[in-house]
Design a protein. Structure first.
Length: 89
């Protein structure tokens, strides 16, 4: 079940995105998702680069960052799904 399935939730998303219709919302959210996925790749790459470092603090912080990006990706994907299946005019 998507997190943002109600009309009210989609209206709030649309207002926060500054869009007038579902198609515009999908476009903005797809671009945002692309940026989040790029960030996810960069954090993973950084984590691999420092995996052998003597201090594990950085690895822990990168892991936390990746977890937060993962949650953001899920939220954006759920919003995208909501706009794609819901005809909000």
């Amino acid at each position: 079940m998507p997190l943002f399935a109600t009309r009210r939730d989609l209206d709030v998303w649309a207002d926060s995105l500054g869009v007038a219709n579902d198609d515009e919302a999908v476009g903005v959210l797809q671009r945002l998702l692309g940026r989040l996925l790029d960030g996810q790749d960069r954090v993973r790459s950084a984590a691999r680069a420092v995996s052998g470092a003597p201090s594990k603090d950085l690895n822990g912080e990168l892991s936390k960052a990746l977890g937060r990006i993962d949650l953001s990706v899920t939220a954006v994907e759920d919003a995208l799904r909501g706009f794609r299946i819901h005809e909000r005019r």
